[in-house]
Design a protein around this ligand. Structure first.
Ligand code: AMP
Ligand code: FE
Ligand code: FE
Ligand code: ZN
Length: 280
C-alpha cells in the first residue's frame, strides 16, 4: 500500500483542482492520499467525490499555520470535524490575517515592482487561502521572475524587505485545538531549515505533552542527519512517524509519492480521528 499524507490543491497554494489531484494520485500509483491545504477544508468535498472514480482513498486533512515565538510551525491535522466551532474560528482568523498580510506585502513590493493586489487575486480563485506562492505567481506572470522557486529565493524570503508576518496560533495551543476537533495532529516538516528558523526539541516535547500524535520525518526538506535525530526523538516521545511529498502541483518540484507512510501508521491515525477515511 502506497500512502502519501501531505498534498496541496489550488484551494490553497497547490496548482491542481482537488479532483485533478486525486487523478494524479492514481496515476502516481498511490492507494491513499491526504489532502492538506493550508488553513482550510474547502477542497474536501471535491476530493471525496473523486474517490470512487479514481480508486484512491482520501484522508481529509488541513495544514494549520501556527507559531512558536517568532518561528513558523506547520501542524497537519487529519480526520478532524470540519465544523468544530473553535477550529473553524481559528482557520477563519488565519485566512483573514493571511489576506491582510499579502496586501501589506504587495504594498511594499509596489515600491519596486509594477504589482497590484488585483494581480495577486487573479492568481487565486475566491475563497483560496492566499500565501506568498500567489504573490510569486503574480510576479512570474508579470515577467519579473521565471518560477515560484526563483521568486522565493530572490524576492519573498523572510530575510528580505518585502516580507510581512501573519497571525497564527501558538503551536502547543494548536495541538489542543486539533485534538478538541477530533483531529490527529502531526508536526509537518519540523526540520525544514531552508524555510527559516526551526523550533528546538523543547517545543516538540511541549507539543507532545499537549497531545501531538506524530512527526513528519520523511520529507524532501530534511537532511539525513535531521531524519536520524527526528526518528530518535519520535521514539523517545512515543510519536509515530510519517513520510509525505508535500505536493503542490506545478508550484514545486515535489512529486506525489516521493515519500510515503507505513500502513500501520495510517491505521493509528484512523483509530484516533473523528472522521473516517473515504474509501473507494
Ligand atoms: P506563506 O505561508 O504565505 O508564508 O508561504 C509559504 C508557502 O510557500 C509554503 O507553504 C510553501 O508551500 C511555499 N514555498 C516555500 N518555499 C518555496 C519555494 N522555494 N518555492 C515554491 N514554494 C515555496
Ligand atoms: Fe504550501
Ligand atoms: Fe508546510
Ligand atoms: Zn504543505
Amino acid at each position: 500500500m502506497r500512502i502519501d499524507l501531505h498534498t496541496h490543491s489550488r484551494v490553497s497554494d497547490g496548482t491542481d483542482a482537488p479532483a485533478t489531484l486525486m487523478r494524479d494520485a492514481a496515476a502516481a500509483g498511490l492507494d491513499v492520499v491526504a489532502l492538506t491545504d493550508h488553513d482550510t477544508t474547502a477542497g474536501w468535498a471535491e476530493a471525496a467525490d473523486a474517490v470512487p472514480a479514481t480508486g484512491v482513498a482520501l484522508v481529509r486533512g488541513t495544514e494549520i499555520s501556527a507559531r512558536a515565538g517568532r518561528m513558523s510551525v506547520h501542524l497537519l491535522s487529519y480526520l478532524h470535524d470540519p465544523d468544530d466551532p473553535a477550529l473553524v474560528a481559528q482557520l477563519l482568523a488565519s485566512r483573514g490575517s493571511r489576506d491582510t498580510r499579502a496586501q501589506d506585502m504587495v504594498t511594499r513590493l509596489a515600491v519596486d515592482y509594477e504589482l497590484t493586489w488585483a494581480d495577486v487575486q487573479a492568481q487565486a480563485q475566491p475563497g483560496t487561502t492566499i500565501g506568498r506562492p500567489h504573490i510569486a505567481d503574480a510576479l512570474v506572470a508579470k515577467g519579473y521572475l521565471t518560477d515560484r522557486s526563483a521568486a522565493f529565493e530572490r524576492v519573498l524570503s523572510p530575510a528580505g524587505p518585502y516580507y510581512v508576518r501573519y497571525h497564527a496560533p501558538d503551536a502547543v495551543a494548536a495541538v489542543g485545538l486539533v485534538r478538541g476537533a477530533g483531529g490527529v495532529p502531526v508536526f509537518a516538516h519540523p526540520r525544514a531549515v531552508l524555510r527559516g528558523r526551526v523550533v528546538g526539541d523543547d517545543v516538540i516535547r511541549e507539543m507532545a505533552g499537549a497531545g501531538l500524535a506524530g512527526l513528519e520525518v520523511h520529507h524532501r526538506d530534511h537532511a539525513p542527519a535531521a531524519v536520524a535525530e527526528l526518528l530518535a526523538l519520535a521514539d523517545e516521545l512515543g510519536l509515530f512517524v510519517t513520510g509525505s511529498s508535500d505536493y503542490h502541483g506545478a508550484g514545486k518540484p515535489n512529486r506525489l509519492g516521493e515519500h510515503t507512510t507505513d500502513p500501520q501508521v495510517l491505521a493509528r491515525i484512523e483509530e484516533q480521528g473523528r472522521m473516517p477515511v473515504v474509501r473507494p
